[in-house]
Write a protein that binds this ligand. Structure first.
Ligand code: SAH
Length: 396
């Protein structure tokens, strides 16, 4: 096994069990390692500290698999890690019976570069690092064993693979396509999942609890759901007794799926739903001109800032939509606003929202702080895992 020798002092993050080693921390590689190969990690004085996956084309030169330098990284290792992640979820009552469930949340489950989402008896896996890519077979086998699922689909087509020098990989990794479409029941609502063509692994499981919360808030309200994707928030609002739900997304296919999802739930009042294919920034400006207003507005935009480098531009975009959101809120209305940008921290996001309320001339307060669901845990050693943050604000 090749040895990765760190620069003096650069072993400190390992003692905090942070799993990333940047190129700038590495002194040299002794021996040969191909992308994704396991290397032992040594402090400058030679102490062996950990084992990780080598990735020569990424700035994150090595992702730690284990902080125990004596632990072997082999098929059995991945079986243990996957089984542990699955049983942690089974141990949480709110997750135990979910049909749609994130089984593996990458670094926060001790498996950098590995995402696995379960939809009924189908698991969709996404491998985003050279190390994860190398262990595809072991990971898929471990997922099948831990869940007893019927099939595993690989959706490794995320752009970040490019940074690791990896080509996209998609297709059935185990089993074959089911007859008919895949759907899950979430908080009483049936939702189809386009695992092959949808975003990420097909669905945004992280917002499950927040969608349920919207359902509890929606009775009698006029709801505006911005960036609705396949209608998860919209359908919960309808189920919660909303008077009307206007949903906006710029993606035609996402809206088609949203309408189809509504049709999967014949008990929901379809006549109260309206779908609009439009750019949210433009649509909200139009609404403003038309003097429209809403009781409850959801803003769940895509990642405007994938990393801290994009934070400035992203901050302007967040400010812009939140400003428009506050302007369209009826007196006493609620704004449910999110950022899923790793590059925008909670504190900054709150400042942006505060600035937006101020500029909109609205007095508002935070009544609840919102985050991802429990199957998207944040390892205490890996604060970067906390990408999704939300605020529920009540305006005067
Ligand atoms: N709230 C959704 C997830 C939102 S994902 C859920 O609970 O499932 C972000 C969505 O924003 C995507 O569907 C994408 O198509 C849409 N989108 C991105 N930019 C947009 C824009 N400028 N205007 C409208 N929709 C946009």
């Amino acid at each position: 096994m090749a040895e990765l020798i760190l620069k003096d002092g650069k072993e400190r993050s390992l003692f905090r069990r942070h799993p990333w080693l940047f190129e700038s921390s590495v002194q040299r590689l002794e021996g040969r390692a191909r992308p994704g190969d396991t290397v032992t990690i040594h402090a400058a004085d030679g102490r062996e500290l950990a084992r990780g996956a080598y990735s020569p084309s990424s700035q994150i030169r090595c992702r730690v698999w284990t902080f125990d330098p004596a632990e072997t990284v082999d098929d059995a290792f991945f079986k243990r890690r996957v089984a542990a992640a699955v049983s942690r979820r089974r141990a949480l009552p709110e997750l135990a019976d979910q049909q749609g469930l994130r089984l593996i949340h990458a670094e926060s489950d001790g498996l950098p570069g590995v995402i696995a989402d379960q939809y009924g008896d189908t698991v969709v896996v996404q491998l985003t690092s050279a190390g994860a890519d190398k262990w595809r077979k072991a990971l898929v086998g471990a997922l099948v064993q831990a869940t007893g699922c019927a099939r595993v689909y690989e959706r490794s087509d995320s752009e970040v693979r490019g940074l690791e020098g990896l080509e996209p990989v998609t297709g059935w990794a185990y089993g074959s396509a089911p007859e008919g479409e895949i759907s899950i029941l979430e908080n009483g609502v049936r939702l189809g999942v386009d695992y092959a063509g949808g975003h990420k692994t097909g669905f945004y499981l992280d917002q499950r609890d927040n969608r349920a919360l919207l359902g509890r808030l929606a009775a009698g309200k006029s709801v505006l759901n911005c960036f609705c994707y396949t209608g998860g928030f919209s359908l919960q609002a309808l189920g919660g007794g909303a008077a009307s739900v206007l949903s906006i997304d710029s993606s035609g296919p996402a809206l088609a799926r949203a309408r189809a999802n509504l049709a999967l739930n014949p008990e929901l009042p379809a006549e109260r739903a309206e779908w609009l294919e439009a750019d949210v920034f433009q649509a909200l400006r139009e609404f403003r001109k038309e003097g429209r207003s809403f009781d409850l507005i959801v803003l769940d935009p895509p990642k405007f800032a994938p990393s801290a480098a994009h934070a400035n531009r992203a901050a302007r975009a967040y400010k812009d939509i939140n400003l428009l959101g506050f302007r369209l809120l009826k007196p006493g209305g609620l704004l449910m606003t999110y950022s899923c940008s790793g590059g925008i921290g909670l504190e900054l996001f709150q400042k942006i929202v505060a600035g937006a309320a101020l500029d909109a001339g609205r007095n508002a307060r935070i009544v609840q702080r919102l985050a991802g669901a429990a199957d998207h845990p944040v390892a205490l050693d890996f604060p970067e895992g906390e990408y999704l943050k939300g605020l529920l604000c009540q305006a005067d």
